[in-house]
Design a binder for this molecule. Sequence first.
Ligand SMILES: [Zn+2]
Length: 77
Amino acid sequence: MTSLTLSDLAQDPVEIRCRRCERHGRYYKATLAALEGVEPGTALPDIANAIAQARCADWSELGNKRCAVYFVELALK
Ligand SMILES: [Zn+2]
């Protein structure tokens, strides 16, 4: 299975939401690309994890209480 990357998203900025907390935001691709560990070929789920880890309050929660950021554009398809 091929993972989507930032270049597969039509939006810029891209809109993200968290399934667990109130976290909601828009980030320019260039901003996301500047996150630690994010390289041109980084899969979107990995980027989402990086955002949740950096921005969400509940990242330290274990299991299904943990924050999970997703890309709104993909959720609409
Ligand atoms: Zn969250």
